[in-house]
Design a protein around this ligand. Structure first.
Ligand SMILES: NC(=O)c1ccc[n+]([C@@H]2O[C@H](COP(=O)([O-])OP(=O)(O)OC[C@H]3O[C@@H](n4cnc5c(N)ncnc54)[C@H](OP(=O)(O)O)[C@@H]3O)[C@@H](O)[C@H]2O)c1
Length: 241
């Protein structure tokens, strides 16, 4: 069997780097997407020193030019892609409540967390269709769950990162639309919640360690033909949309 090839966006640090490590430990050849070339090279070298099969590509998911260049590069180097982990994400420069967060910050967050995912996935779909079993993992958040936001008290402590939450709700909805569109193909598309993880994003907060935070992405990236498409889960547990 040919070695699987995966791209992990935002793979230079935190949950993305650990996802790259765990996938490579499972025998996958991993391309680390990093918007800063130097950090991608450093991350790749760190994993290569552990004997893992890893390379890097410069990729800013909020830039069309960068997406096109990265997709061309992957096509040239490998001619196909088996796994796409849309991991890169941001909270925003100045998070706030629904009416207070500036529209420019909403745009910034959506450019990375939603439009970047859509544009990159569209650019890579031709390569994913060349895989016998393409897998797309959209790294969402339980904070994107509209059902939980509609449940009084459930997520009150997190209402002050409004654009982030809504961007993940939109990402969840898009996941379902894409999974439906691809239902008769070999490609499966799923959304995951990594958990509340002690990563850079949480600045010292969080409950789970980073290796545990990467586990759900890795699990959904490696599902077999019997696995789900159009699901939303965390460590094997289905989450409410
Ligand atoms: N941590 C949690 O508790 C938690 C919970 C739920 C969901 N998530 C989701 O899990 C994913 C990873 O989160 P994390 O905690 O690892 O975040 P993090 O520590 O802030 O790391 C974010 C990663 O995304 C990259 N990134 C940001 N914007 C990018 C862009 N435009 N193009 C390419 N890469 C970009 C960053 O690159 P730079 O190094 O260049 O900044 C970094 O590699 C995100 O989608 C996040 O929303 C996290």
């Amino acid at each position: 069997m040919e070695q699987k090839i995966a791209l992990v966006t935002g793979g230079n640090r935190s949950i993305g780097l650990e996802t790259a490590r765990q996938l490579a430990q499972q025998g996958v050849h991993v391309i680390i997407g990093s918007r800063r070339r130097g950090q991608g090279v450093e991350a790749a070298m760190q994993l290569q020193l552990q004997g893992l099969s890893v390379e890097t590509v410069e990729l800013d998911v909020s830039s069309r030019n960068s997406i096109v260049a990265a997709a061309d590069e992957i096509a040239r180097r490998h001619g196909r892609l088996d796994i796409l982990v849309n991991n890169a994400g941001i909270l925003g420069d100045a998070p706030g409540s629904a009416s207070q967060q500036s529209v420019s910050d909403w745009r910034l967050v959506f450019d990375t967390n939603l439009f970047g995912v859509i544009e990159l996935t569209q650019a890579l779909l031709p390569l994913l269709h060349k895989s016998p079993a393409g897998r797309i993992v959209n790294v969402s958040s339980v904070l994107g769950s509209i059902s939980l936001h509609a449940t009084p008290g459930a997520l009150d402590a997190f209402k002050n990162i409004s654009a982030y939450n809504v961007s993940k709700s939109a990402l969840n909805a898009w996941t379902l639309h894409l999974a439906y569109e691809l239902r008769d193909t070999a490609i499966k598309v799923n959304a995951i919640h990594p958990g509340y993880v002690k990563s850079d994003m949480n600045k010292g907060g969080g409950e789970l360690d980073i290796p545990t935070g990467a586990r759900t992405s890795v699990e959904l990236a490696l599902i077999g033909s019997e696995g789900p498409s159009g699901s939303f889960s965390h460590l094997g547990e289905t989450l409410p949309w």
